[in-house]
Write a protein that binds this ligand. Structure first.
Ligand code: SAM
Length: 472
């Protein structure tokens, strides 16, 4: 029985409710009156139910879809302005005891080079990441209680925060590791992590069990209830996502919105982020084996509908996608992108040769961070390296409140400009510096509050003189 507030996976992601929702969406996909009503509700920027989201996803009336795309872009602007947050993944270890059939880290893969970074190697990776200009990373690891126990993850987080090189520092460590216990989430909380990210891979239980035939990740309920345990363990920000291509996307979108509804209803904290990864070629993985691949138009529709359904959430697209796909995705709701990413273990400090492959998947956007930053600015976005919210305690329900009231701009825009200035001063190429100064000048004109504006101008000057880490 569907129960949004239940703490049981199969009740808050109820299969029958998803099937009934898909049926309802199919019946109403041409119901213009209903679609108009749902779009009107979305305009209020309070989100949509999973049933409403499913109807919009199914709708194939061109004019209505154009409206949906425009509205998604507008809602993103209203909540997040023209800022795009940048981050990079850091792979700590690819040892893994699971048997996930889509992931080259699966334990039966004897071909992939297994590697686990030592603390010294992590320091080297962080120095390399800092030298690129990154301030925010997401650590990634396979699941292996012997090789990658929680103590290893905690020690690594400590090493990351304590590695300071030139003007660099990693100010926010997001964590993407396997579902774990409340006790371990408490430890991650105490280690000052940013967002705890865990991809559901698929909400479809039967498919999930087939795609994860062996290992601890096989347990669908334990995996699906991980965010509940994370929030119970005191983690403030959690990030959702499914791996598109594994199961039918309509099912996945409804599952994602139901998961968000559940977290809101039970904890008052919706997902801080939603990622939209698509399955990619990797060492011994051929994405074409999976039947549920989605084309780029469907991908954009999913992003747009999620933006309408969960308007306050950050949405992430990684370098799994090409420059062209990322460009479109930014217009329909994405707020965070990775840049200059390496998906191999140790790949920032020591690039791998092809024979040495330890990577989790092939990257499609191979551009440097400098190129990604310039590309964003050429489209009039502000690349942001800001990590202020969580460092000044604007997290969880507090963050949601600021974001939902659209007050977040007052902090975010100045913070974005100041962290961009740090990037331009310390790491950017001359060409990128020029674009950056143009953006900063233009954006300063949009700060209405004269006191704030004066303070930002003063801070920007001080950054040129070597002072770092201003934040509102
Ligand atoms: N081991 C942890 C877990 O089980 O959640 C960490 C996750 S893994 C390092 C990060 C994510 O990469 C996975 O959750 C999965 O969605 C994604 N992934 C795995 N194989 C992939 C592939 N072939 N292409 C694209 N993404 C993939």
């Amino acid at each position: 029985m569907y129960d949004v507030k239940s703490n049981k996976a199969e009740e808050f992601i109820d299969h029958n409710e998803i099937m009934a929702t898909l049926e309802y969406a199919k019946e109403n996909k041409n119901n213009v009156k209903l679609i108009d009503d749902i779009i009107a509700k979305a305009k209020e920027k309070k989100g949509l139910t999973h049933r409403e989201a499913a109807v919009l996803l199914d709708c194939d009336i061109k004019e209505k879809n154009d409206e949906i795309f425009h509205l998604a872009e507008q809602i993103k602007k209203d909540f997040y302005g023209n800022r795009i947050v940048l981050f990079a993944p850091l792979y700590l270890s690819n040892y893994c005891v699971n048997g996930c059939v889509y992931c080259p880290y699966h334990f039966k893969n004897k071909h992939i080079r297994r590697k686990k970074l030592s603390q010294d190697e992590i320091r080297q990776e962080i120095i390399a990441l800092q030298d690129l200009g990154h301030k925010r990373i997401a650590i990634e690891s396979g699941e292996d209680p012997v090789n990658n126990p929680i103590e290893y993850i905690l020690e690594s987080i400590d090493t990351i925060y304590n590695t300071k090189h030139k003007n660099g520092s990693i100010r926010r460590v997001n964590v993407n590791i396997a579902a774990t216990t409340v006790e371990n989430y408490k430890k991650l909380r105490a280690a000052d992590i940013g967002t705890y990210i865990l991809f559901q891979e698929t909400y479809h239980k039967k498919n999930y069990e087939e795609l994860h035939p062996t290992g601890p990740k096989h347990n669908y309920n334990y995996h699906t209830e991980a965010m509940d345990r994370a929030l119970e363990g005191g983690i403030n920000d959690v990030g959702l996502g499914v791996l598109y291509g594994l199961s039918l996307y309509r099912y996945e979108l409804v599952g994602t919105v139901m998961h968000a509804e559940h977290l809101e209803a039970r904890y008052g904290i919706g997902p801080h982020t939603i990622s939209v990864p698509r399955i990619k070629k990797a060492d011994d993985i051929d994405p074409d084996v999976f039947d549920n691949g989605i084309d780029d138009d469907t991908f954009n529709k999913i992003i747009a509908v999620l933006r309408l359904a969960v308007p306050y959430t950050g949405m992430i697209v990684s370098t799994r996608e090409t420059k062209a796909v990322r460009e479109k995705a930014l217009h329909v709701g994405i707020t965070q992108v990775s840049g200059g990413s390496k998906t191999s273990v140790g790949g920032y400090a020591v690039p791998e040769t092809e024979e040495e492959n330890s990577a989790q998947f092939d990257v499609s956007d191979l551009r440097s961070l400098d190129e990604v930053v310039r590309w964003l600015m050429d489209m009039d976005y502000i690349p942001s390296f800001c990590t202020a919210c969580y460092r000044v305690g604007r997290v969880g329900a507090d963050f949601m409140k600021f974001c939902k009231n659209e007050e977040i701009h007052n902090f975010c825009q100045p913070n974005a400009l100041m962290t961009l200035k740090e990037y331009l001063t310390d790491y950017a190429s001359d060409k990128t510096k020029l674009s950056g100064e143009r953006i900063i000048k233009k954006e300063l004109e949009t700060i209405d509050n004269p006191v704030l504006k004066e303070q930002v101008i003063k801070n920007l000057k001080n950054i040129e003189q070597g002072i770092r880490d201003y934040k509102f």
